[in-house]
Design a protein around this ligand. Sequence first.
Ligand code: NZQ
Ligand code: ZN
Length: 395
Amino acid sequence: MLDFEFYAPTRIIFGKTAMDSLPDQLEKNGAAKVLLVHSGGKGSKAAVDDAKKLMEKAGVQYSEFFGVKPNPLLSKVLEGIEFCKKDPPDFLLAVGGGSVIDTAKGIAAGVRLKDGEDIWKDYYFPKARFKDAIPMGVVLTIPAAGSEASFGTVVTHDELKTKRYTGGEPLLPKFAILNPEYTKTLPPYQTASGVFDIVAHLIERYFVKHPNNDLSDRMIEACIRTMLVNAPILMKDPANYDARAEVMWTGCIAHNKILEMGRTHGDWSSHDTAHELSGQYDMSHGASLAVILPAWMKYVYKHDIPKFLQFSCRVFDVDIAYDHPEAAIEEMIARLENFSHVMGLPTRLKDAGIDDGKFDLMAKTALDGRQYVGTGNGVYLLKEKDVKAVYHLAY
Ligand code: NZQ
Ligand code: ZN
């Protein structure tokens, strides 16, 4: 096990009455002038309305910034920064999903940049770190991105159509209110998309170069099994509170870093490869992963057969034949794809209506001048030709 330091300061308030604590949480964090950031859409409206009512009742002064779309754009972050410069808030409250939270994070950090700094060029690349931000809190309405307790934020450049990840400790929300009741209105496709993103966050952390991580391996396996059991329940019974709660809590744990302690910080090749599909085709993040992740597995598993075999047996209960370990792994990939089908997600680009016309371009932009996608911690490093090959396998 590698040495590590664990820091996850976001206070999680979970359950049916979680929202009641909003005024207290704002007060504890000294929020005198709140900027409420949301999409303005129907899906998260119940939570937005509740947040407004509670703030009004408690006499909290707030203004609103809304219109955030899924796969959020850099231009919205820039618009929010200008908004804050005219009427500076001392606290941001993001109510919604990853897109709203990530936009709020970009605004919170963007407002504090020094003169002459360019938020995109200087900060939106994987190793960049914001050093300052307005403090923020979250009310989550869709379990998926894990941004409610992560220090990351992802946006798409409007013209370049490329999606980039960045982060920084000041972006860690002070609190996150997670009430699974709010998620009952999620349509099946959004539920499924969020579920697959969570599964992908777990898998990205599982297949890394460093061995001897028994506890975190088993915690990740338990999280994925929890998703395999509870997510399909929601396809038949969307109002099932307990299944909603299991998915929501797993989504938070999957991305708050606890599962990468003692090992390296995940691979993230599949995310880098999938992000280009959202950038170019506005494909939902989870659906892009449902297509890319099995293709990535097919492409790389030969580089770490023992780890893939462990995963196949422990998570998907696949039987091993001594002479044919690869058959067990291929069976696991088929079962993962079958899980996506049960959830109503595509597993091929063709099924998602995407042709092969931009594979060269996307392979280039996914690397963005780097030698390989991801962190360099994966079992096999994907260079440009490999990313292209993964797109072809996903086709
Ligand atoms: O705008 P409304 O009407 O609320 O509709 C939203 C939106 O259309 C809907 N929705 C949200 N809550 C709902 C609801 N519909 C019904 N009932 C509810 N309770 O869901 C749609 C999608 O929302 P979005 O915020 O885009 O979803 P998600 O949470 O999946 O976020 C995806 C974004 O997060 C990024 C992704 O790249 C993508 O841009 N990620 C952020 C990460 C991070 N910050 O650490 C890591 C992730 O890997 C990911 O890359
Ligand atoms: Zn993700």
